[in-house]
Design a protein around this ligand. Sequence first.
Ligand code: ATR
Length: 283
Amino acid sequence: MSSNLEITRKACVVGWPIAHSRSPIIHKFWLTHLGLAGSYDSVAVTPPDFVAFAHDLAANGFVGANVTIPHKQTAFEVCGKVTPTAASLGAVNTLWLEHGALCGDNTDVAGFLAALDEEAPGWDRAEGHAVVLGAGGAARAVVHALRHRGKRVLLANRTRARAESLATDAGAGVEVYDWARLPSALKGASLLVNTTSLGMKGHPALDIDLAPLPPHAVVNDIVYFPLETALLRAAKSRGLRTVSGVGMLLHQAAPGFERWFGVRPSVTPELRGLVEADVLKSL
Ligand code: ATR
C-alpha cells in the first residue's frame, strides 16, 4: 500500500545551454543503484525565463534543482535562504525547498575539496601555498575552499583587475600575481589549480612551465573535457600528483542528491567510469 502512495521525487539541472550537462548521468546512476523512486532530467531555461522557473519549481513538481551557467548568480538572488558558502560566493548551484521556501547552496566548494582529499590525500598538510589560475565563478569557489583549509593563495588571471576584485572579496590570505610572474609564484607552491577555460576542447592550451614547482606539488585542472589536459600530462611527466576535473564534477553532485532524495550517495569507481566514458564518447 505504502509503495503505491510513494511520491516519485523529481529534480533537474537547469541551464542555458544544457544539452552537454553530465548531471543527469550522475543522478540517474544513484537513483538506480540506491533503488529510489525519483527522476532527474535536464531543463533548458533562457536567462529571461529563469526567475519564473525558480519561483514555479514546487508548482511544477520539483523537489529541487542543480543550477548551471548562466543562472548561478540569479539563483542566489531568488533564494529566501542560502548557506554561508553560497552567501560568500554570491552564487548558488543547488536549490531545494523548505516549507515552500527556496533555499540555495554552492556545492562546488565542497566538491572541489572532496576531490582533492580523495585523489591527493594530505594535500592540505603539505608545506607551501596554492597558485590559482583564473578569476571567474569557478575560481571564486576554489579560492573560498582553499582559504577554508587555511591555504595561502597566489592568484593570477589574464585580466588582473578581475583577480583583484576576487582577492578583495575573499579577504586576507589571497595575493594577486601578474600572469607574467607565474614562474616565481610556482616556486614553493604545494598546489596549482587551473580554473580557466584554457586546455578545454576548442580552447587554446594552458602553456606554462611547471619546472619551478617542488616535487611534492599537486596539479589540479578543473577542466574535465578532455579528461587529461596538456597541463595534467605535463605534470605527470614531471612525476607530480595530478587531480582531474571529473572528481569535482562528481562530488559537487552528492549534497544536492542527499537533500532531494534523503540518502547520501557515494562516488564509486563505477560512476566515475560511466562519466569518463561519456566524456570520451563526446570528444
Ligand atoms: P567560470 O565562471 O566558469 O570560471 P569565466 O567567468 O568565463 O568562467 O572565466 C573564465 C576564466 O578563464 C577567466 O579567468 C578568463 O580570464 P579573463 O578574466 O581574463 O577573461 C580565463 N581565460 C579564458 N580564456 C583565456 C585565455 N585565452 N587566456 C588566459 N585566460 C583565459
